[in-house]
Design a protein around this ligand. Structure first.
Ligand code: HEM
Length: 135
């Protein structure tokens, strides 16, 4: 394994600077491209809090520091958080497409990008089904 392939995915991608940049780019794209208007409308008018929260979630999810999780009392289920939002196949597809666009700009390792994309796609599809058993 080369040096670039050791460590957590979080470290390999650039740590806190990366998770912050990905969260910001994702919401920038969601906000600025009318293709994501349906998804944008589901969010609060002020995207500031969710930008911060999503960046913290990403750090934990990618194997980095768990402070974000600890600050929430150590328990967070991303599926339960999205239950009852009325996520459809269409809004889930918008989420995945906006995230794919952000990752295309920020994740140069194509294999790693495909792996993360697959995990996001699976989660988003489960949210659209309203399921939670595979989350
Ligand atoms: C499937 C389509 C999705 C939709 C429509 C959606 C929508 C939302 C909405 C409306 C919020 C509340 C924030 C606000 O109102 O401004 C939210 C929060 C959040 N979402 Fe999603 N989301 C989706 C997928 C995902 C996925 C796949 C993940 C993780 C990989 C994720 C992670 C989060 C996190 C971490 C928060 C912040 C929760 C908190 O601070 O309590 N979302 N999402």
């Amino acid at each position: 394994m080369s040096e670039a392939e050791s460590g957590t995915i979080y470290d390999r991608l650039g740590g806190a600077a990366f998770t912050r940049a990905l969260a910001d780019r994702f919401y920038d794209i969601m906000e600025s491209d009318p293709a994501y208007a349906g998804l944008r409308a589901m969010h609060e008018p002020d995207l500031g809090p969710v930008r911060d929260s999503f960046a913290g979630f990403l750090a934990t999810w990618l194997g980095g520091p768990r402070d974000w999780l600890a600050a929430r009392g150590g328990g967070f289920c991303v599926m339960s958080r999205h239950a009852g939002m009325g996520i459809t196949a269409e809004t889930a597809g918008q989420w995945v497409a906006a995230m794919r666009a952000a990752m295309a700009e920020l994740v140069t390792d194509a294999r790693l990008r495909a792996k993360i994309d697959e995990a996001f796609t699976r989660l988003a599809a489960a949210m659209a089904r309203g399921g939670g058993e595979n989350a």
